[in-house]
Ligand binder design. Structure first.
Ligand code: HEC
Length: 204
């Protein structure tokens, strides 16, 4: 009897509390909603007191590409034009390019392919699968894009080098491989005069 009386007395208070809590919850929720709608942000190109250069627009971080800005379809990055391996070097052919290609080739490729590109590098001599010679008729006939593609994606037992050799250097190496191939096919008549003399002297 007594407990029921106390319960009856407490009931309105409990109801009030519950109602109060509910209202507080609603307010909280409404508060969240407000925040989401009203986030602090800069208007485009507005001045900033936060960054030392006073610009709210931040310069692109070096070595990164903004979302949607990477043009992966270019010949320069794929070695392919219209889905076919390109026969053309997409960068200017210069003496510097060949020198760079030679340097990179001798770092990354000679261990297996040998300095001459004949597939007889030290790793091959010690038992790794012998790579084919670059001087075979088949590889001489491949478009230059093939060499870029092999470096980019690997080939059979050979791993890819895309994480260690950036595209510009891949083209430099591909160009240097062409020079290596040409070095065995050059005709005597096409040599510069001083080289002809040198050769004639050494032949005597
Ligand atoms: C660890 C040894 C190794 C290194 C380093 C290496 N290659 Fe190779 N490469 C091979 C082997 C082995 C093959 C043959 C793969 C096969 O047929 O399974 C090959 C094949 C090739 C081929 C011929 C693909 C074809 O059409 O038959 C090319 C071109 C080539 N490599 C270029 C390169 C270049 C350029 C580099 C340096 C960036 C390089 N490789 C570094 C081992 C290597």
């Amino acid at each position: 009897m007594r407990t029921r009386a106390i319960a009856a007395q407490l009931a309105p208070a409990a109801r009030l509390l519950a109602a109060g809590g509910g209202a507080a919850m609603l307010l909280l929720l409404a508060g969240c909603r407000q925040d989401m709608h009203n986030q602090p942000r800069y208007k485009p190109l507005a001045q900033s007191a936060f960054f030392p250069d006073g610009r709210s627009v931040r310069p692109q971080v070096r070595g990164t590409v903004a979302r949607g800005e990477l043009d992966v379809g270019t010949v320069f990055l794929t070695g392919k034009a219209d889905g076919k391996l390109t026969p053309d070097l997409p960068v200017p052919l210069t003496r510097e390019l060949l020198a760079r290609g030679r340097q990179r080739f001798e770092i990354f490729c000679t261990p297996c392919h040998g300095r001459l590109g004949d597939g007889n590098g030290i790793v091959a001599q010690r038992g790794f699968r012998h790579p084919p010679s670059y001087h075979s008729e088949r590889l001489r006939g491949e478009p230059i894009g093939h060499f870029f593609d092999v470096i980019t994606r690997g080939f059979g037992a050979m791993t890819d080098f895309s994480d260690r050799i950036p595209p510009a250097d891949r083209w430099a190496i591909a160009a240097y491989i062409r020079a290596l191939q040409y070095s065995r096919q050059a005709k005597f008549d096409e040599l510069p005069a001083d080289m002809k003399q040198q050769l004639e002297r050494s032949a005597q």
